[in-house]
Design a binder for this molecule. Sequence first.
Ligand code: ZN
Length: 136
Amino acid sequence: MDNLKKIEHIGIAVKNLENSNALFGKIFNAAPYKTETVESELVNTSFFKIGSNKIELLAATNPQSAIASFIEKRGEGIHHIAFDVADIHAEMQRLKAEGFILLNETPKRGADNKWVCFLHPKSTNGVLIELCQQID
Ligand code: ZN
């Protein structure tokens, strides 16, 4: 319980990052504080801060990207909820023992200087859950 600290961010899949930065920029009345390409995930990302909350926009850089197939199947919209964890290894081990399917067996480097692991939405009522731990 103590290992899960808070919702770290909510990820939104978008078709065009530039257009969506402008759109969400109007909603939040702020520009993204960073944009970052994650080569391993074939995505361009941008991050907005609203108080202590964060929103991540994700756009595919390649048709092979998981974001491209998500949008093809379900359209643009909320893609995942990310939780800040103190010890990602311990949390992965705990959830695996509970029977959840991990999409990666070891933490991988995600956007915004984080170790990340995703839980398969098949085992989580269709919600893609991301665990993330700040890389010191
Ligand atoms: Zn994320």
